[in-house]
Design a protein around this ligand. Sequence first.
Ligand code: ZN
Length: 326
Amino acid sequence: MTKIEIGSVSVAKGEKANGTLKIGELPDASPIEIPVMVVNGRGDGPTLWVQSAIHGVELCGTFAIPKIVKELDSSELNGVFVGIPAVNVPAVRVQGRGNPYEQFAHPDLNRVFPGKQDGTTTEQFAHAFFTQFKAHANYLIDIHAAHDPNSQWTIYPKMDNDASKESLTLAKNYGLPVILPSVPGVLASSMFAVAVRDLGIPSIILEVGGTSTTYGDKMVDITVQGIWNILRYLKMISGEPTLPEKYFMIEEQVVMNSKKGGVFNALIKANEKVSRGQHIGTIFDFYGEEREKIVSTVDGIVLNVNNEPLTMSGGITFQLARGSEE
Ligand SMILES: [Zn+2]
């Protein structure tokens, strides 16, 4: 019987268990522990590692992962499902994106992988977490969220290796119709890119729902369905994935930054088609006078709309994408 041991979790084949993994300590010497859920299937198969809230305000997967674990029947599972509903517990506690205890360096946990054993607070956190991931995982689904509550696309690391090719297949089998390749250098020290580059572990990021309270039940359901799709694709459970007829494959992502500050009014929604020259948003002053028209520079789709009513000069108003259907 192959036992799985992660932090306080010790689970025999054919069983489920929840527990915690210690990844650091607070100033009062109490441990920082993150939740771990493991379903150790009776049958043999790969280990699928699914995690959420590596950015502490991106919570759609935090609701989705326990739903999967509760429904998964360990006697009918081939392989192991590891669910981490909230990776960045210090950030989640203060409802922030990054670790509030990080004082001197980069507080974004998803920019410091594989971490360092003798590094900064965030680097030590990344190292402790990545060590467990490396010891167990064969596939990674890393669940994030964008600003817009309707956002839904999958990202895979585009590199010249087999794990990258398999990541694209994983992205397609998750079942969201929009796929974005992450080119080398853009998210170089993110967990999913390091997993593909250094460990050869196929990995995808999901951008589903909005941040904080804007994730929505519909987006949680979409996330849950995609995880079932991957479990079916990997033959960890029976059945076939339910997939879209066509995918929109992104060739270029375009971030629209405003030039003026003011009150922002968007004229399009996430997932809508957009054409070059189209007026897609307006920035007004507090007297209601127009200060800037935001005009699309691409023919493509809308990935993300900033749902904040106010913007500063240089603020992100839209994420657009150019690409083609296949
Ligand atoms: Zn994120």
